[in-house]
Ligand binder design. Structure first.
Ligand code: ATP
Ligand code: MG
Ligand code: FE
Length: 341
């Protein structure tokens, strides 16, 4: 039985189709980055409109890709799907509504059940795409454009949020620092590429809340420290070495992430750790966590790099499991922009 999943919470219109065994038959992502880049961030009104424009085409492409994966000549027909999953929240309300309304209409017309998926759970389940045998209890760090969360996953669906950010999310900090440097949007991939050739010890940026003895994070002070550094260097007539700046910024962020993750692992006694969200695509964060935690006897699971930023494959994996359990949504279900774990 095939489950189709739709994701439209932010600036990606994505559709995936998964089979009962978890094989991804289609994985389409249409990104709007180019339309938002000139504004330095996602413009909600543009996001909604672009989702409306492309969603039918992305669904058609997914149905065709699934057919090709199955070796069929014709596109998979809506009636051949077992269920339709969709991201219910959190995200931009106008963007979510497009996916939810489309999914409802599509599922209703095809006479198939509707499945509501939490986008944050999607980021967690992205780990199952590489590691199907991942089983709670474990510690999960979500580092995305809108969230920074350290979570004790006691069982599937049983989430103890140990701590969150008090201000900016990690991905947001990457985006703001890149913007301050005039480097473009989104900042994460740009900064991580620059950091490759940089010295992470070149500039000693603050590690906020590193020793706060809790699981809360704060990123806005670091962002200010970077901006202050840029201004000071400019005032002194020095040119900024961007790779060193990028590498030092990353190190300040990631040192705190490692410290708190390790504290949470020790406190809970969990022996497994996983990561999710757009920043999980960062090769330096991945390498640092694998190296430092494996050495301490923790098994580290990472999502595939392409399934860290928003995609529908991770939504399809959640929907597949919910379908198996008969966990369906009512057709009067609404988008919920403020959903949490
Ligand atoms: P949320 O999932 O919290 O609702 P979102 O869906 O907007 O937010 P994601 O798509 O999960 O966020 O992640 C996007 C963020 O990931 C952006 O802030 C982007 O800069 C960041 N990012 C992407 N690639 C990298 C990278 N290689 N290094 C660091 N950050 C990255
Ligand atoms: Mg995005
Ligand atoms: Fe996301």
């Amino acid at each position: 039985s095939l489950v189709m999943a739709i994701e439209s919470s932010c600036d990606e219109t994505a559709v995936a189709i998964i089979d009962a065994a978890g094989r991804m038959l289609a994985n389409q992502v249409s990104t709007q980055i180019d339309f938002h880049a000139r504004f330095g961030g996602v413009v909600p009104e543009i996001a909604s409109r672009k989702h409306v424009e492309v969603i039918v085409g992305v669904v058609d492409a997914a149905l065709e890709e699934a057919a090709a994966s199955l070796g069929l000549a014709d596109s998979v027909a809506p009636g051949e799907l077992a269920a339709v999953g969709v991201t219910q929240g959190p995200g931009l309300v106008g963007a979510l509504v497009v996916g939810v309304a489309f999914a409802k209409g599509f599922a209703f017309a095809a006479g198939k059940p509707l499945i509501a998926v939490n986008h944050l759970e999607g980021h967690l389940y992205a780990n199952l795409l590489t590691t199907p045998d991942l089983e709670p209890p474990f510690i999960f760090t979500l580092v995305s454009g809108g969230h920074t969360m350290l979570v004790h996953v006691r069982a599937w669906g049983d989430y103890e949020v140990l701590g969150e950010t008090l201000d900016d999310a990690v991905g947001e900090a990457f985006d703001k620092v890149a913007k301050a440097l005039g480097l473009g949007y989104p900042g994460g991939p740009i900064i991580s590429r620059l950091a490759e050739d940089g010295d992470s010890k070149a500039i000693d940026f603050p590690r906020a809340m590193m020793h706060s003895h809790d699981y809360r994070f704060s990123l806005s002070g670091l962002k200010t420290a970077v901006v202050t550094y840029i201004e000071q260097e400019a005032a002194a007539g020095r040119t900024i070495h961007l790779p060193d700046l990028a590498a030092s910024f990353e190190a300040a962020v990631f040192d705190v992430q490692f410290k708190k993750a390790w504290d949470a692992l020790k406190q809970t006694g969990a022996k497994e750790y996983c990561l999710g969200g757009g920043v999980a695509a960062n090769p330096h964060l991945r390498e640092l966590l694998v190296r430092k935690l494996s050495r301490r006897g923790v098994r580290v699971t990472l999502p595939p790099q392409h399934a860290c930023t928003d995609n529908a494959a991770m939504i399809a994996e959640v929907a597949r499991r919910k379908y198996r359990e008969g966990d369906y949504a009512a057709f009067d279900m609404d988008a919920d922009p403020n959903m949490t774990l």
